[in-house]
Design a protein around this ligand. Structure first.
Ligand code: LLP
Length: 432
Protein backbone atom coordinates (compact mmCIF):
# COMPACT_ATOMS: atom_id res chain seq x y z
CA UNK A 1 0.00 0.00 0.00
CA UNK A 2 1.41 3.42 -0.89
CA UNK A 3 1.60 6.12 1.79
CA UNK A 4 -1.01 8.89 1.76
CA UNK A 5 0.77 11.87 0.18
CA UNK A 6 0.08 14.27 3.08
CA UNK A 7 2.16 12.18 5.48
CA UNK A 8 5.85 13.12 5.68
CA UNK A 9 8.36 10.43 4.78
CA UNK A 10 10.88 9.95 7.55
CA UNK A 11 14.40 9.08 6.51
CA UNK A 12 15.51 5.86 8.20
CA UNK A 13 17.83 6.57 11.10
CA UNK A 14 17.10 10.31 10.95
CA UNK A 15 14.17 10.86 13.30
CA UNK A 16 13.74 14.61 12.80
CA UNK A 17 14.49 14.82 9.08
CA UNK A 18 11.54 14.25 6.78
CA UNK A 19 10.54 14.79 3.20
CA UNK A 20 7.24 16.57 2.79
CA UNK A 21 6.54 16.26 -0.90
CA UNK A 22 9.60 17.67 -2.62
CA UNK A 23 10.80 19.55 0.45
CA UNK A 24 13.42 18.28 2.88
CA UNK A 25 12.47 19.36 6.39
CA UNK A 26 14.62 19.60 9.50
CA UNK A 27 12.05 19.46 12.26
CA UNK A 28 9.47 22.04 11.03
CA UNK A 29 11.78 24.08 8.82
CA UNK A 30 12.60 23.53 5.14
CA UNK A 31 16.33 22.95 4.59
CA UNK A 32 16.28 25.35 1.62
CA UNK A 33 14.88 28.14 3.81
CA UNK A 34 17.66 27.62 6.37
CA UNK A 35 20.24 27.74 3.57
CA UNK A 36 18.95 31.05 2.23
CA UNK A 37 18.54 32.56 5.70
CA UNK A 38 21.96 31.59 7.11
CA UNK A 39 24.01 30.94 3.95
CA UNK A 40 25.98 27.85 2.97
CA UNK A 41 27.96 25.80 3.83
CA UNK A 42 25.85 25.44 6.95
CA UNK A 43 25.73 22.85 9.70
CA UNK A 44 22.19 22.36 11.01
CA UNK A 45 21.46 20.35 14.13
CA UNK A 46 18.04 19.20 15.29
CA UNK A 47 17.53 19.83 18.99
CA UNK A 48 14.75 17.24 18.98
CA UNK A 49 17.03 14.56 17.55
CA UNK A 50 19.78 15.27 20.10
CA UNK A 51 17.25 15.14 22.91
CA UNK A 52 15.73 11.92 21.58
CA UNK A 53 19.15 10.29 21.63
CA UNK A 54 19.91 11.72 25.07
CA UNK A 55 16.60 10.33 26.35
CA UNK A 56 17.22 6.93 24.76
CA UNK A 57 20.44 6.76 26.79
CA UNK A 58 18.76 8.09 29.95
CA UNK A 59 16.03 5.42 29.63
CA UNK A 60 18.64 2.73 29.03
CA UNK A 61 20.56 3.55 32.21
CA UNK A 62 17.56 4.25 34.48
CA UNK A 63 17.80 2.33 37.77
CA UNK A 64 21.25 1.12 36.85
CA UNK A 65 24.63 2.20 38.19
CA UNK A 66 25.59 3.65 34.80
CA UNK A 67 26.65 7.30 34.29
CA UNK A 68 26.85 9.03 30.90
CA UNK A 69 29.88 11.05 29.80
CA UNK A 70 29.34 12.62 26.37
CA UNK A 71 32.53 12.50 24.26
CA UNK A 72 32.57 16.04 22.98
CA UNK A 73 35.18 15.42 20.33
CA UNK A 74 32.16 14.40 18.21
CA UNK A 75 30.55 17.84 18.40
CA UNK A 76 31.76 20.38 20.91
CA UNK A 77 29.51 23.35 20.16
CA UNK A 78 28.70 25.12 23.45
CA UNK A 79 24.93 24.99 22.87
CA UNK A 80 25.12 21.22 22.31
CA UNK A 81 27.11 20.84 25.55
CA UNK A 82 24.55 22.94 27.43
CA UNK A 83 21.71 20.75 26.13
CA UNK A 84 23.42 17.59 27.34
CA UNK A 85 24.44 19.15 30.66
CA UNK A 86 20.77 20.03 31.21
CA UNK A 87 19.94 16.37 30.64
CA UNK A 88 22.33 15.51 33.44
CA UNK A 89 25.22 14.24 31.33
CA UNK A 90 28.86 14.49 32.30
CA UNK A 91 31.61 14.75 29.69
CA UNK A 92 34.62 12.94 28.27
CA UNK A 93 37.29 15.50 27.24
CA UNK A 94 40.60 14.95 25.50
CA UNK A 95 42.28 18.33 25.71
CA UNK A 96 42.56 21.46 27.82
CA UNK A 97 40.47 23.14 25.13
CA UNK A 98 37.62 20.66 25.50
CA UNK A 99 37.77 21.01 29.29
CA UNK A 100 37.50 24.80 28.91
CA UNK A 101 34.42 24.33 26.68
CA UNK A 102 32.71 22.13 29.27
CA UNK A 103 33.38 24.67 32.01
CA UNK A 104 32.23 27.52 29.74
CA UNK A 105 28.98 25.60 29.14
CA UNK A 106 28.46 25.72 32.91
CA UNK A 107 28.82 21.97 33.47
CA UNK A 108 30.19 20.45 36.64
CA UNK A 109 33.85 19.39 36.42
CA UNK A 110 33.07 16.59 38.88
CA UNK A 111 31.37 14.76 35.99
CA UNK A 112 34.33 15.08 33.63
CA UNK A 113 36.72 12.31 32.65
CA UNK A 114 39.90 13.46 30.90
CA UNK A 115 41.04 10.95 28.26
CA UNK A 116 43.81 11.10 25.67
CA UNK A 117 47.14 9.51 24.97
CA UNK A 118 49.31 12.57 25.67
CA UNK A 119 48.35 15.18 28.24
CA UNK A 120 50.68 18.11 28.86
CA UNK A 121 51.62 19.40 32.32
CA UNK A 122 49.38 22.42 31.70
CA UNK A 123 46.41 20.21 30.79
CA UNK A 124 46.93 17.98 33.82
CA UNK A 125 47.14 21.03 36.07
CA UNK A 126 43.97 22.53 34.56
CA UNK A 127 42.13 19.24 35.08
CA UNK A 128 43.24 18.95 38.71
CA UNK A 129 42.44 22.59 39.49
CA UNK A 130 38.98 22.18 37.95
CA UNK A 131 38.38 19.04 40.03
CA UNK A 132 37.66 16.47 37.31
CA UNK A 133 36.27 13.04 38.19
CA UNK A 134 39.40 11.33 36.90
CA UNK A 135 42.22 11.29 34.39
CA UNK A 136 42.26 8.27 32.07
CA UNK A 137 45.93 7.39 31.88
CA UNK A 138 47.57 5.64 28.96
CA UNK A 139 51.16 4.91 30.04
CA UNK A 140 53.34 4.49 33.11
CA UNK A 141 55.31 7.53 32.04
CA UNK A 142 52.10 9.55 32.16
CA UNK A 143 51.40 8.22 35.66
CA UNK A 144 54.70 9.66 36.84
CA UNK A 145 54.01 12.97 35.12
CA UNK A 146 50.57 13.24 36.75
CA UNK A 147 52.02 12.32 40.15
CA UNK A 148 54.62 15.09 39.80
CA UNK A 149 52.10 17.76 38.69
CA UNK A 150 49.66 16.72 41.42
CA UNK A 151 52.49 16.94 43.98
CA UNK A 152 53.47 20.44 42.79
CA UNK A 153 49.86 21.62 43.07
CA UNK A 154 49.12 19.77 46.29
CA UNK A 155 45.98 18.28 44.70
CA UNK A 156 45.79 14.46 44.69
CA UNK A 157 45.01 13.13 41.21
CA UNK A 158 42.17 10.63 40.66
CA UNK A 159 43.36 8.23 37.95
CA UNK A 160 41.98 5.37 35.92
CA UNK A 161 44.20 3.31 33.63
CA UNK A 162 43.13 2.81 30.04
CA UNK A 163 43.64 -0.81 29.13
CA UNK A 164 44.28 -1.98 25.59
CA UNK A 165 42.31 -5.23 25.51
CA UNK A 166 43.53 -6.32 22.05
CA UNK A 167 39.99 -6.70 20.72
CA UNK A 168 39.04 -6.08 17.09
CA UNK A 169 35.98 -3.77 16.98
CA UNK A 170 35.47 -4.66 13.29
CA UNK A 171 35.27 -1.05 12.14
CA UNK A 172 37.45 1.20 9.97
CA UNK A 173 41.15 0.76 10.88
CA UNK A 174 41.58 4.51 11.54
CA UNK A 175 38.91 4.40 14.23
CA UNK A 176 39.95 1.09 15.85
CA UNK A 177 41.74 1.86 19.08
CA UNK A 178 41.81 -1.34 21.10
CA UNK A 179 44.13 -3.43 18.95
CA UNK A 180 47.52 -4.41 20.27
CA UNK A 181 49.26 -2.47 17.48
CA UNK A 182 47.51 0.81 18.30
CA UNK A 183 49.04 3.71 20.24
CA UNK A 184 46.26 3.63 22.82
CA UNK A 185 46.19 2.25 26.32
CA UNK A 186 48.34 -0.01 28.45
CA UNK A 187 48.68 -3.64 27.39
CA UNK A 188 46.60 -6.09 29.37
CA UNK A 189 49.78 -7.91 30.42
CA UNK A 190 51.36 -4.72 31.83
CA UNK A 191 48.27 -3.34 33.55
CA UNK A 192 48.64 -5.10 36.89
CA UNK A 193 52.15 -3.74 37.32
CA UNK A 194 51.00 -0.27 36.31
CA UNK A 195 48.32 -0.32 39.03
CA UNK A 196 50.90 -1.45 41.55
CA UNK A 197 52.99 1.55 40.50
CA UNK A 198 49.95 3.84 40.99
CA UNK A 199 49.59 2.61 44.54
CA UNK A 200 53.24 3.54 45.22
CA UNK A 201 52.95 7.11 43.83
CA UNK A 202 51.76 9.22 46.73
CA UNK A 203 49.87 11.90 44.78
CA UNK A 204 47.66 9.48 42.87
CA UNK A 205 44.30 8.01 43.93
CA UNK A 206 43.06 5.04 41.93
CA UNK A 207 39.52 5.77 40.72
CA UNK A 208 38.82 3.04 38.20
CA UNK A 209 39.73 1.25 35.01
CA UNK A 210 39.03 2.35 31.46
CA UNK A 211 38.71 0.82 28.01
CA UNK A 212 37.68 2.18 24.59
CA UNK A 213 38.03 -0.07 21.56
CA UNK A 214 36.93 2.09 18.65
CA UNK A 215 34.16 4.00 16.96
CA UNK A 216 31.19 3.28 14.65
CA UNK A 217 30.88 -0.18 16.20
CA UNK A 218 27.79 -1.99 14.94
CA UNK A 219 27.94 -5.24 16.91
CA UNK A 220 27.84 -6.06 20.61
CA UNK A 221 30.40 -8.89 20.66
CA UNK A 222 33.53 -6.71 20.61
CA UNK A 223 32.21 -4.77 23.63
CA UNK A 224 31.52 -7.98 25.52
CA UNK A 225 34.94 -9.38 24.67
CA UNK A 226 36.56 -6.18 25.94
CA UNK A 227 34.42 -6.25 29.09
CA UNK A 228 35.44 -9.84 29.78
CA UNK A 229 39.10 -8.91 29.56
CA UNK A 230 38.61 -5.90 31.80
CA UNK A 231 36.80 -8.02 34.39
CA UNK A 232 39.65 -10.54 34.42
CA UNK A 233 41.99 -7.68 35.17
CA UNK A 234 39.70 -6.14 37.79
CA UNK A 235 39.85 -9.42 39.64
CA UNK A 236 43.67 -9.51 39.55
CA UNK A 237 44.10 -5.84 40.47
CA UNK A 238 41.68 -6.02 43.40
CA UNK A 239 43.33 -9.17 44.68
CA UNK A 240 46.49 -7.03 44.91
CA UNK A 241 44.55 -4.86 47.38
CA UNK A 242 43.71 -1.98 45.03
CA UNK A 243 40.06 -0.90 44.97
CA UNK A 244 38.51 0.14 41.64
CA UNK A 245 35.50 2.44 42.05
CA UNK A 246 34.30 2.48 38.47
CA UNK A 247 34.62 0.72 35.11
CA UNK A 248 34.68 3.15 32.16
CA UNK A 249 33.68 1.15 29.10
CA UNK A 250 34.24 3.94 26.56
CA UNK A 251 32.04 4.97 23.66
CA UNK A 252 31.88 3.91 20.05
CA UNK A 253 28.29 2.87 19.41
CA UNK A 254 27.64 3.19 15.67
CA UNK A 255 24.85 4.97 13.80
CA UNK A 256 23.07 4.28 10.52
CA UNK A 257 24.88 6.04 7.67
CA UNK A 258 23.65 3.70 4.91
CA UNK A 259 22.01 0.42 5.90
CA UNK A 260 23.86 -0.41 9.12
CA UNK A 261 21.74 -1.71 11.96
CA UNK A 262 23.70 -0.82 15.09
CA UNK A 263 22.45 -1.84 18.53
CA UNK A 264 20.34 0.76 20.32
CA UNK A 265 21.66 2.37 23.51
CA UNK A 266 19.27 0.10 25.46
CA UNK A 267 20.61 -3.03 23.75
CA UNK A 268 24.18 -1.91 24.42
CA UNK A 269 23.57 -1.10 28.08
CA UNK A 270 21.46 -4.26 28.62
CA UNK A 271 24.15 -6.48 27.11
CA UNK A 272 26.87 -4.91 29.27
CA UNK A 273 24.77 -5.13 32.44
CA UNK A 274 23.80 -8.75 31.74
CA UNK A 275 27.44 -9.73 31.29
CA UNK A 276 28.36 -7.90 34.49
CA UNK A 277 25.55 -9.72 36.36
CA UNK A 278 26.60 -13.06 34.91
CA UNK A 279 30.08 -12.51 36.26
CA UNK A 280 28.85 -11.43 39.69
CA UNK A 281 29.81 -7.80 39.05
CA UNK A 282 26.34 -6.27 38.70
CA UNK A 283 27.04 -3.78 41.50
CA UNK A 284 29.86 -2.06 39.61
CA UNK A 285 29.65 1.66 38.82
CA UNK A 286 29.87 1.97 35.01
CA UNK A 287 30.74 5.01 32.89
CA UNK A 288 29.96 5.23 29.17
CA UNK A 289 31.42 7.80 26.76
CA UNK A 290 29.21 7.91 23.66
CA UNK A 291 29.73 10.68 21.12
CA UNK A 292 28.59 9.86 17.59
CA UNK A 293 25.43 8.02 18.64
CA UNK A 294 24.23 11.14 20.52
CA UNK A 295 24.67 13.74 17.78
CA UNK A 296 25.61 12.01 14.51
CA UNK A 297 22.20 11.70 12.91
CA UNK A 298 20.97 14.95 14.45
CA UNK A 299 23.03 17.03 12.03
CA UNK A 300 23.24 17.81 8.33
CA UNK A 301 25.64 19.89 6.29
CA UNK A 302 23.85 22.10 3.76
CA UNK A 303 25.74 23.22 0.69
CA UNK A 304 24.94 24.82 -2.64
CA UNK A 305 25.80 23.48 -6.08
CA UNK A 306 28.23 25.99 -7.61
CA UNK A 307 29.00 24.25 -10.88
CA UNK A 308 27.88 21.19 -12.79
CA UNK A 309 30.57 19.86 -15.07
CA UNK A 310 30.96 16.78 -17.18
CA UNK A 311 34.36 15.46 -18.11
CA UNK A 312 34.98 12.70 -20.62
CA UNK A 313 34.74 10.26 -17.74
CA UNK A 314 32.08 11.45 -15.33
CA UNK A 315 29.69 14.11 -14.07
CA UNK A 316 30.71 16.36 -11.21
CA UNK A 317 28.58 18.52 -8.94
CA UNK A 318 30.97 21.05 -7.44
CA UNK A 319 29.46 22.36 -4.20
CA UNK A 320 30.47 25.13 -1.80
CA UNK A 321 31.29 22.71 1.04
CA UNK A 322 34.54 20.77 0.88
CA UNK A 323 36.85 18.38 2.69
CA UNK A 324 37.80 21.20 5.06
CA UNK A 325 34.15 21.36 6.20
CA UNK A 326 33.49 17.61 6.29
CA UNK A 327 36.61 15.50 6.33
CA UNK A 328 35.11 12.03 6.81
CA UNK A 329 34.74 11.06 3.12
CA UNK A 330 38.31 12.15 2.30
CA UNK A 331 39.83 10.62 5.42
CA UNK A 332 37.91 7.34 5.79
CA UNK A 333 36.17 7.04 2.42
CA UNK A 334 33.03 7.42 4.53
CA UNK A 335 29.62 7.21 2.82
CA UNK A 336 27.11 9.80 3.92
CA UNK A 337 23.68 10.13 2.38
CA UNK A 338 23.11 13.18 0.16
CA UNK A 339 19.60 14.56 -0.32
CA UNK A 340 18.45 17.54 -2.38
CA UNK A 341 16.74 20.22 -0.28
CA UNK A 342 14.06 20.41 -2.99
CA UNK A 343 13.82 17.28 -5.08
CA UNK A 344 13.10 17.55 -8.82
CA UNK A 345 11.14 15.14 -10.99
CA UNK A 346 14.20 13.05 -11.86
CA UNK A 347 13.96 13.67 -15.60
CA UNK A 348 17.49 15.12 -15.70
CA UNK A 349 19.03 12.73 -13.19
CA UNK A 350 22.68 11.81 -13.72
CA UNK A 351 25.25 9.92 -11.72
CA UNK A 352 27.31 12.62 -10.02
CA UNK A 353 30.42 12.76 -7.93
CA UNK A 354 29.66 15.50 -5.39
CA UNK A 355 32.96 17.31 -4.80
CA UNK A 356 34.25 20.45 -3.12
CA UNK A 357 36.35 23.25 -4.62
CA UNK A 358 39.53 22.32 -2.71
CA UNK A 359 42.61 21.56 -4.81
CA UNK A 360 42.89 17.86 -3.94
CA UNK A 361 41.46 14.83 -5.72
CA UNK A 362 40.56 13.53 -2.27
CA UNK A 363 38.15 16.43 -1.89
CA UNK A 364 34.89 14.60 -2.46
CA UNK A 365 31.76 14.37 -0.35
CA UNK A 366 29.89 11.62 -2.17
CA UNK A 367 30.64 9.47 -5.19
CA UNK A 368 28.33 8.09 -7.84
CA UNK A 369 25.10 9.58 -6.54
CA UNK A 370 21.99 9.57 -8.67
CA UNK A 371 20.76 13.19 -8.54
CA UNK A 372 18.65 15.54 -10.65
CA UNK A 373 20.46 18.86 -10.20
CA UNK A 374 20.69 22.46 -11.40
CA UNK A 375 23.36 24.95 -10.41
CA UNK A 376 22.16 26.84 -7.33
CA UNK A 377 20.38 23.82 -5.84
CA UNK A 378 20.91 23.10 -2.16
CA UNK A 379 22.08 19.66 -1.05
CA UNK A 380 22.00 18.20 2.45
CA UNK A 381 24.75 15.82 3.51
CA UNK A 382 23.23 13.70 6.24
CA UNK A 383 24.73 12.13 9.38
CA UNK A 384 26.99 15.15 9.74
CA UNK A 385 26.26 15.99 13.39
CA UNK A 386 29.30 14.04 14.65
CA UNK A 387 32.89 14.56 13.51
CA UNK A 388 31.76 17.17 11.00
CA UNK A 389 32.29 20.68 12.30
CA UNK A 390 34.50 19.26 15.06
CA UNK A 391 37.07 18.18 12.44
CA UNK A 392 36.74 21.19 10.13
CA UNK A 393 39.84 23.12 9.11
CA UNK A 394 40.76 26.23 7.19
CA UNK A 395 42.57 24.46 4.35
CA UNK A 396 42.65 26.59 1.18
CA UNK A 397 41.91 29.61 3.45
CA UNK A 398 38.29 28.60 3.68
CA UNK A 399 36.46 30.09 6.68
CA UNK A 400 34.61 27.48 8.70
CA UNK A 401 30.84 27.07 8.26
CA UNK A 402 28.11 28.54 10.45
CA UNK A 403 26.11 26.29 12.80
CA UNK A 404 22.39 26.48 13.50
CA UNK A 405 20.21 24.63 16.01
CA UNK A 406 16.61 23.97 14.94
CA UNK A 407 13.90 23.58 17.55
CA UNK A 408 10.49 23.03 15.97
CA UNK A 409 9.83 26.11 13.85
CA UNK A 410 12.64 28.10 15.41
CA UNK A 411 16.28 28.28 14.38
CA UNK A 412 19.12 29.73 16.43
CA UNK A 413 22.58 30.57 15.16
CA UNK A 414 24.87 28.70 17.58
CA UNK A 415 28.11 29.09 15.64
CA UNK A 416 29.03 32.19 13.64
CA UNK A 417 30.43 31.71 10.18
CA UNK A 418 34.15 32.44 10.34
CA UNK A 419 35.24 35.53 8.41
CA UNK A 420 38.39 36.06 6.38
CA UNK A 421 39.34 38.67 8.99
CA UNK A 422 39.16 35.93 11.65
CA UNK A 423 41.61 33.89 9.61
CA UNK A 424 44.06 36.68 8.86
CA UNK A 425 43.95 38.26 12.32
CA UNK A 426 46.26 35.73 13.94
CA UNK A 427 49.05 36.16 11.43
CA UNK A 428 51.75 38.86 11.32
CA UNK A 429 53.27 40.33 8.20
CA UNK A 430 57.01 39.99 7.78
CA UNK A 431 59.04 42.31 10.02
CA UNK A 432 62.59 40.95 9.62
N1 LLP B 1 35.95 7.78 24.28
C1 LLP B 1 37.18 7.79 23.73
C2 LLP B 1 38.35 7.57 24.58
C3 LLP B 1 37.33 8.01 22.35
O1 LLP B 1 38.54 8.01 21.81
C4 LLP B 1 36.18 8.22 21.55
C5 LLP B 1 36.30 8.47 20.10
C6 LLP B 1 34.92 8.22 22.17
C7 LLP B 1 34.84 7.98 23.54
C8 LLP B 1 33.64 8.46 21.42
O2 LLP B 1 33.42 7.54 20.42
P1 LLP B 1 32.05 7.59 19.60
O3 LLP B 1 30.94 7.23 20.54
O4 LLP B 1 31.88 8.95 19.07
O5 LLP B 1 32.26 6.61 18.53
N2 LLP B 1 36.63 10.96 13.53
C9 LLP B 1 36.18 9.59 13.46
C10 LLP B 1 35.83 9.04 14.83
C11 LLP B 1 36.98 9.11 15.79
C12 LLP B 1 36.61 8.59 17.17
C13 LLP B 1 37.71 8.87 18.14
N3 LLP B 1 37.42 8.50 19.50
C14 LLP B 1 35.00 9.51 12.50
O6 LLP B 1 34.58 10.55 11.97
O7 LLP B 1 34.48 8.43 12.21
Amino acid sequence: MSRPSHLPDTLPGHPMITRQGATLMIESLPASELASRFGTPLYVYSRGAIELAARAYADAVRDRPVALRYALKANSNLAVLQLLARHGWGFDVVSGGELARVLEAGADAGGVVFSGVGKTDAEIAAALRAGVQCLNVESTSELQRIDRVAGELGIPAPVSLRINPDVDPRTHPYISTGLRSSKFGIAQAQARQAYAQCARLSNLRVAGIDVHIGSQITELEPYLDALDRVLDLVHDIESDGIRLHHLDLGGGLGIRYADENPPTPAQWVDALCERLQARGQGHRQILLEPGRSVVGNAGVLLCEVITLKSTLDRHFAVVDAAMNDLMRPALYEAWQRIEPAQSRDGSHALTYDVVGPVCESGDWLGRERQLDLREGDVLAILSAGAYGMAMASNYNTRPRAAEVLVDGERAQLIGERETLQDLLRREHKLQL
